[in-house]
Design a protein around this ligand. Structure first.
Ligand code: FAD
Length: 79
């Protein structure tokens, strides 16, 4: 193992949805961000999850997806 010194404003451990969203928010506020990941691939659990995310978000509406929270829960329960 080699040691490295990194100059950063924000250090985020983990590249799941939470870490990447935090990184995006920090970058858009002009901060220098470093993200570290202990696994060999980024993505965390989003690599293996498969269902609905960000129900009724702007991105989903713009993509023509119209699903209420109740419809999503009902679909999942049916599944
Ligand atoms: C099988 C499955 C199916 C799912 N299906 C759905 C679904 O259909 N719809 C839905 O909304 N949600 C679903 N989820 C839940 C959703 O995937 C998770 O809630 C979400 O991905 C969690 O994101 P996170 O960033 O908080 O954590 P994680 O995705 O767990 O990310 C954490 C990351 O941090 C890394 N890490 C941990 N410790 C360190 C460290 N010390 N240093 C560096 N890196 C570190 C980990 O390796 C990982 O990459 C599912 C989850 C699973 C497991």
């Amino acid at each position: 193992m080699t040691n490295r010194t990194i100059d950063t404003d924000v250090l985020i451990a983990g590249t799941g949805g939470t870490g990447l969203a935090a990184a995006y928010a920090a970058v858009t506020h002009g901060l220098k961000v470093t993200v570290i990941e202990k696994q060999s691939q980024i993505g965390g659990n989003t690599k293996i999850s498969s269902g609905f995310f960000a129900i009724n978000s702007r991105e989903q509406r713009e993509a023509g997806m119209h699903l209420t929270t109740q419809e999503a829960i009902t679909q999942l329960a049916d599944y």
